[in-house]
Design a protein around this ligand. Sequence first.
Ligand code: TYC
Length: 121
Amino acid sequence: MATKLPQIPSSPKPPALQPGPPGDAVVLERRPERVKPPQMYQVVLLNDDYTPMEFVVVIIQEFFNKDRETATQIMLKIHLDGKGVCGVFSKDVAVTKVDQVTEAARRNGHPLQCISEPLES
Ligand code: TYC
């Protein structure tokens, strides 16, 4: 006995191009882009006077997957400039990073502040 396969609806197709009189130009219209890339967020650490440098370096290594050298450079930039970008992520991931870093800082008794901000698009 033949089993009936489920029918998958086909997406609508544009009408086939009908050839016009010879020599006529065919104008193809560009369709507007249907999907935008997602808004991205940078995760930023802020400087303070109390969080130990070594703790910040470890945080940047652990949560932002940087090697020790890069993590140290980012930490020093934050220390000197007041803030620094540790990574750029989709909104969900950025929010999770902020929560995880803040939780690790509080657990260790440090006032380190971590925020996320949208990148200008
Ligand atoms: N300014 C801190 C100190 O001198 C170090 C520090 C760096 C703190 C970066 C926070 O996000 C920070 N101990």
